[in-house]
Design a protein around this ligand. Structure first.
Ligand code: UTP
Length: 487
């Protein structure tokens, strides 16, 4: 695949400084087909080229070219992997486990006190393109409620509303969008009156885009004649963009000193679980990830590893097979603390880390990206042809002075929507089944029987735990028809 039309000189109309920039960066073919562009599309292309961070684009191209050698072709895609020979899985506190060195009830008490004092805020990262799901629109709009058909956004924001109501203090929410999701997501929030969140407690901010590069030449892929293919800079773009939008000051003004980030595609997420917050607070942790026990090396979750006093997360796609499958003498995977991308941070840590936000490593993802070919025709490839570049939030972890891992049971807190129907895991069908199973279990704990296989759902903005059920259903009740409890 070539990014340009032909080897012609750069168009004479191109501003000289930009032309020089393109030549220096090896991107001169990006203007191929210039003669076929009208004035406004030429101006659009020039503006897009001017907006790029050229030293970064040059570094990205070098990364692509460095992958061309035979030994590099076998290297893991992230190619920023530390040496893990001496790495271990750090110890984890386990949610709802009385054997923890900190009793769960004490942790919950501290979490509740912080929520009631308004010291906790959340960041929802919702800028992803959701390409695997193949849904027409931002993933947050996907109607995942097994009975209600409520969207992911409604369910997740509902959880914040429920917790705020219960503890009498709002939970400020910063929502990260990208150029791919921004307008539709904001409009959806506003049409649904922010799902009950107070207007002055929701802040939107938009992450940056990076150009997509051809996997053989490192040239910028064009989505159209006169238009570069761009993709969001990964959820790790969060900190830099949050700071640029004044988000950390926004939290500080509201008296917040701990912030929990979570993702738009996990309707079972428990970012505000009081016990989880309590462990974060009581251990004085700067960065507290929720993890699940990874039992199968094929599970697509990154793992938390510790080595020489540094704790980090290694993405599943970056973990060499012999490390991913290595086992401890007791049979557990050596690296079994699977991150589910729910992280509690102190605001102080985010402030300190923000000095390094743009220095987070860029990971490369090999993807099939539609492009304009040498004849100017649009091609939709069926195999990867280009690299997208992303930063990951969890790469902030090595900067933290203290890290505490909190293990959650996946049946309680993890059901990500990633793939289109028919895939082996993480499809809407899997997620809905997990939601129904979770609701049935929680109802069971509240003394309510669900007759075999009947779909049930908990109204996210009303029911936080089994104690809330009695308000809607007395113990001893039986559910025989599909129902949303609490609506
Ligand atoms: P994923 O990495 O699973 O990506 O995002 P995705 O966009 O949802 O799906 P694919 O990989 O294209 O199929 C996990 C979370 O991180 C957010 C997503 O919105 C989701 O909440 N994210 C991802 C961002 O906010 N920005 C990004 O650039 C990438």
């Amino acid at each position: 695949m070539g990014a340009g039309m032909t080897h012609r000189p750069l168009p004479p109309e191109l501003p000289a400084d930009l032309a020089l920039q393109l030549i220096t960066a090896g991107q001169e073919r990006v203007c191929g087909g210039w003669d076929r562009l009208d004035e406004s599309r030429r101006a659009g292309l020039v503006a897009q080229l001017r907006s790029l961070d050229w030293p970064l684009v040059t570094e990205m191209r070098q990364r692509v070219l460095a992958k061309q050698g035979p030994e590099q072709a076998a290297a893991p895609p992230g190619d920023v992997l530390p040496n893990l020979d001496n790495a271990v899985t750090p110890p984890c506190l386990r949610l709802r486990d009385d054997h923890n060195p900190i009793p769960p009830a004490l942790a919950a008490e501290h979490g509740i006190a912080a929520l009631a004092a308004g010291r906790i805020a959340a960041i929802l990262v919702a800028g992803g393109q959701g390409s695997r799901l193949g849904f027409d629109g931002p993933k947050g709009l996907y109607k995942i409620g097994p009975v209600s058909r409520a969207s992911l956004l409604e369910i997740l924001c509902g959880k914040l509303v429920a917790v705020a109501k219960r503890h009498g203090a709002a939970v400020p929410l910063a929502v990260m969008t990208s150029s791919a999701t921004d307008a539709v997501t904001r409009d959806f929030f506003s049409r649904h009156e922010r799902f009950g969140l107070p207007k002055d407690r929701v802040l939107f901010f938009t992450q940056r885009d990076l150009p997509v590069l051809c996997d053989t030449t490192g040239e910028i892929v064009r989505a159209d004649l006169g238009q570069l293919a761009m993709s969001p800079d990964g959820h790790g773009g969060m900190l830099g963009s949050l700071v640029a939008a004044g988000g950390l000051e926004w939290f500080a003004r509201q008296g917040v000193d701990h912030v929990i980030s979570f993702q738009v595609d996990n309707p079972l997420a428990m970012p505000l679980d009081s016990e989880f917050l309590g462990y974060h607070l009581l251990t004085g942790s700067e960065f507290t990830p929720q993890v699940v026990h990874k039992a199968d090396p094929k599970e697509r979750v990154g793992v938390v590893v510790a080595d020489g006093g540094v704790t980090r997360i290694v993405e599943y796609s970056d973990l060499p097979a012999q490390l991913a499958t290595a086992r401890l003498p007791d049979g557990r995977l050596k690296f079994h603390a699977g991150s589910i991308a729910i992280h509690a941070f102190t605001r102080d840590f985010l402030e300190r880390a923000s000095a390094n936000a743009d220095a987070l490593p860029l990971h490369m993802a090999h993807k099939a990206v539609p492009f304009i070919d040498g004849a100017g025709a649009r091609v939709v490839p069926d195999a990867p042809n280009a690299y997208k570049f992303e930063r990951f939030i969890f790469d902030l972890m090595p900067l933290a002075r203290t890290v505490t891992l909190v293990e959650v049971d996946p049946v309680e807190g993890f059901a990500p929507l990633k793939n289109a129907s028919g895939a082996a895991a993480d499809t809407a069908e899997h997620v809905m089944a997990a939601m129904v199973a979770h609701a049935s279990r929680l109802l069971g704990r509240a003394g309510v029987t669900v007759t075999g296989g009947v779909p049930v759902e908990l109204a996210a903005n009303r029911i936080v735990n089994a104690d809330d059920v009695a308000e809607y259903l007395p113990p001893g009740s039986t559910i025989k028809e599909p129902r949303v409890i609490g609506s």
